[in-house]
Design a protein around this ligand. Structure first.
Ligand code: ATP
Ligand code: MG
Length: 433
């Protein structure tokens, strides 16, 4: 029979395998604990949403909607659907759909996969993961600041270093309109210097031209009219209030007047946390205020602000900085010399687990040939990282005991534990945690 072709994952979509997956779980548990401290509650929205949600929410002339979305028609009913490229639109849809703001503002967070058809490279994948926090129903600068403080606390909690905060204000729609007119006027005088994409966007989304990565356009972009110079008093005072709170809490920042962000929905404060240690994919977290999105998606108008971080990039940066993450190991590895002791071993292990002990049972490597030699079982016990081996030998079992061998301290110390009093010795097996 000819060998079947090997199946592989879709390009740009990665498996997360152990032990790497332990780093993910570690990060997620840090995030959960921190979200609780800031009183953000978990929200879980579908991975598939109607395509129109993103077209309406993110804006038609954005990178994501123009070229990065995984959209398809549901074969059974013809609905136009999209794998979510980001989660804010879905969260806002859910908030509006369930009238979640009827009794006041809500603080929410999510974690999960997002999908964008981009060119895969370091820090850029087609399925990637975001953790995001959103505060909906609060208009004040103190919420913008709270979210930034929250992200900043997370970097600290994770031990991340060399992360810079960049801030900008996109003002309000009328201020953007005035700036936009000035910007188009300016760029029209320099069309020769614009690349094809910029020319295409000149009248549809000129603000995004300022975000170009094309080195040939840098000087044009640097001299362009700055949005920040078009802001009125209210917008400026909102921006200043955010900065003041950050200053008072020891968070340093830099205004980047060219920071515009990829989605159309932002207004007032926008921000990014960036690093120089990840090459050109240096933004680990981005966000801002989006006071018009709830209404745009069909809900009752409500202000909102939020951010999303890229899990892969954060973990990559941690790795780059040598951040150590405690390994996940069992406390105990059960060595089972022969099949006859297996039933008692299993029952005892179940009791130990009931007392919170982490237990890994040896598994027979080959069907019908017993449990394997003691030597090979102890090799596995060592590799598991367990502190102790519990040896279920038939002689000991006949005496009502099991042998406990220390694997880690070099002492080779052995003790016997009675099988009928598991609750008395279980806790002594738990590695301190
Ligand atoms: P970039 O400019 O790098 O494309 P973005 O502005 O498109 O980022 P956002 O939509 O703001 O990114 O998403 C928030 C975060 O999610 C980013 O700061 C980044 O850390 C991460 N991210 C975005 N796209 C990807 C991707 N394709 N692969 C991995 N992480 C990503
Ligand atoms: Mg992008």
């Amino acid at each position: 029979m000819s060998k079947l072709e090997k199946l592989t994952a879709v390009k740009g979509m990665n498996d997360v395998l152990p032990p790497e997956s332990a780093r993910w779980e570690w990060l997620e548990s840090k995030v959960r604990a921190l979200m609780e401290r800031y009183a953000y509650r978990n929200i879980r929205t579908p991975i598939v949403e109607p395509t129109s949600l993103f077209v309406r929410g993110l804006g038609e002339v954005t990178d994501i909607v123009e070229k990065e979305m995984y959209s398809f028609e549901d074969r059974l009913n013809g609905e136009q659907l999209t794998l979510r490229p980001e989660a804010t639109a879905g969260v806002v849809r859910a908030v509006a759909e369930h009238s979640m703001l009827y009794d006041g503002g809500k603080r929410l967070y999510y974690m999960g996969p997002m999908f964008r058809h981009e060119r895969p490279q370091r820090g850029r994948y087609r399925q990637f993961h975001q953790i995001g926090a959103e505060a909906l129903g609060f208009p004040g600068a103190e919420l913008d600041a709270e979210l930034i403080l929250l992200a900043n606390a997370l970097w600290k909690e994770l031990g991340l270093q060399n992360v810079r905060l960049e801030l900008n204000s996109l003002g309000q729609p009328d201020e953007r309109k005035a700036h936009r007119a000035a910007l188009i006027g300016y760029l029209e005088h320099h069309t020769d210097a614009l690349d094809e994409e910029a020319r295409r966007r000149l009248h549809s989304n000129p603000l995004r031209i300022l975000d170009t990565k094309n080195p040939a356009m840098q000087s044009i972009v640097e001299a362009a009219p700055r949005l920040i110079d078009f802001l009125g008093e209210a917008s400026l005072s909102h921006f200043n209030a955010v900065k003041a709170i950050l200053d008072a809490n020891g968070v340093s920042w830099r205004v980047n007047p060219r920071l515009v962000r990829g989605m159309d929905y932002y207004n007032l404060t926008v921000f990014e946390f960036v690093t120089d240690q990840l090459g050109s994919q240096g933004t680990i977290c981005g966000g801002g205020r989006y006071d018009y999105l709830v209404e745009q998606i069909g809900g009752k108008a409500a202000p909102a602000v939020g951010w999303a971080l890229g899990v892969e990039r954060v973990l990559e940066l941690l790795k780059e900085q040598g951040g150590a993450i405690p390994p996940v190991c069992p406390d105990v590895y059960a060595v089972i010399p022969d099949m006859t002791t297996l039933p008692i071993a299993i029952t005892t292990l179940e009791r130990l687990r009931g007392h919170g002990v982490r237990v890994q049972m040896h598994g027979a490597p080959v069907s019908g040939e017993g449990m394997g030699s003691m030597k090979s079982q102890f090799k596995k016990a060592d590799a598991s990282g367990a502190r102790y081996a519990l040896v279920f030998g038939s002689d000991e079992l006949a005496r009502g005991v099991v042998l406990c061998k220390s694997l880690r301290d070099g002492s080779g110390m052995q003790t016997e534990h009675r099988l009928d009093s598991v609750s008395e010795w279980a806790s002594a097996l738990q590695f301190s945690r």
